[in-house]
Design a protein around this ligand. Structure first.
Ligand SMILES: NC(=O)c1ccc[n+]([C@@H]2O[C@H](COP(=O)([O-])OP(=O)(O)OC[C@H]3O[C@@H](n4cnc5c(N)ncnc54)[C@H](OP(=O)(O)O)[C@@H]3O)[C@@H](O)[C@H]2O)c1
Length: 284
């Protein structure tokens, strides 16, 4: 498939860098061939399918919001969870929601089975749960995410959104003495683990959006989203509702491809469209 083909739809015009992209009207298209006839593009398009997104950490505070927002935006969702029964009681029944067992530490084969043949994108919202295992951040936030990327490769999933964190590259930003950087790395090198996973995603060839939020809040948004280049923000916070929105919008905006975006919310920031926000950040 050509890498920079101008593809036209009634609902969207975009350059397709991979064979797949999501359109604004919540349909998913797979382009089998595009023929040029009499100077006009005519398309042979596979049947439009409902988009299915696999979400890890779906029972987490951000993951649950991501699942709910995906469903409300018309996506089908496969929620990857460690405890299926617990998850069943935390989500309303929805024909578009499927709950499957997925522990990211159990390796790419099992994760590939969980992802199945019907997921077109993966959102990784898993993160270690504090406990006695000092290596948990490394196992979950580094190796677990790496396993998930490998599972995507096995299944031909071409779109990956990761919820990471600001300050993951704090040492390179001159923020080594930032209390948040020190605190988060004291517990199992959490930020270093996330940075390693980010590097793996970037090398993988998968179409990624790495979302690095500031401190997460359960409260509803109190300001507008500020989106910056990687290694720019070193303080600030954001509602988990907005983080979930950014993750979902990443799937809908071609401008988010192959980008790392840092996000916080600020009361004095102007309201901007996600297309604009993603476009304002340089890609790789
Ligand atoms: N807290 C902050 O201020 C902050 C700031 C920036 C970025 N972040 C990052 O943002 C992400 C979401 O944070 P959050 O606070 O909303 O998450 P959270 O509520 O702590 O949820 C974490 C999720 O990860 C799942 N998980 C843990 N170990 C797993 C494993 N081995 N396999 C599969 N899933 C596993 C948990 O499953 P169970 O429900 O089964 O335990 C849970 O669903 C995390 O990556 C976090 O590091 C957090």
């Amino acid at each position: 498939m050509a890498t920079s083909l101008l593809v036209r739809h009634s609902s969207a015009v975009f350059f397709s860098q991979s064979s797949l992209f999501f359109t604004k009207n919540n349909s998913f298209r797979s382009f089998t061939s595009i023929k040029m006839e009499r100077g006009e593009a005519s398309e042979e398009v596979n049947a439009v399918k409902t988009k299915k997104v696999f979400v890890t950490g779906a029972t987490g505070k951000t993951g649950k919001r991501i699942v709910e927002q995906l469903l409300s935006r018309g996506f089908a969702v496969k929620a990857g969870v460690r405890d299926v029964d617990k998850a069943k009681s935390s989500f309303k029944e929805d024909p578009s929601l499927q709950i499957v067992r997925a522990d990211v530490t159990e390796g790419p084969e099992k994760l590939a089975e969980a992802i199945g043949d019907d997921s077109q994108a993966v959102i990784c919202a898993s993160g270690f749960r504090p406990g006695f295992d000092l290596f948990a951040p490394w196992k979950v936030d580094n190796f677990g995410t790496v396993n998930l990327v490998d599972a995507c490769r096995k299944k031909g999933v071409e779109r990956f959104v990761l919820i990471s964190s600001i300050l993951v590259n704090g040492a390179a930003m001159g923020q080594i003495l930032n209390p948040a950087y020190i605190f988060l790395n004291i517990f199992g090198l959490t930020l270093v683990a996330k940075l390693q996973a980010e590097k793996y995603i970037k090398r993988s060839g998968i179409n990624y959006t790495i979302v690095r939020p500031g401190g997460l809040k359960n409260d509803p948004p109190t300001g507008n989203v500020v989106m910056e280049q990687e290694d720019t923000l070193y303080e600030g916070s954001i509602s988990r509702d907005q983080v979930a929105e950014v993750a979902v919008e990443a799937l809908l905006n071609e401008e988010s491809s192959f980008k790392v975006v840092e996000i916080v919310a600020r009361a004095d920031a102007p309201k901007r469209s996600y297309k604009d926000l993603f476009a304002s950040v340089k890609g790789h």
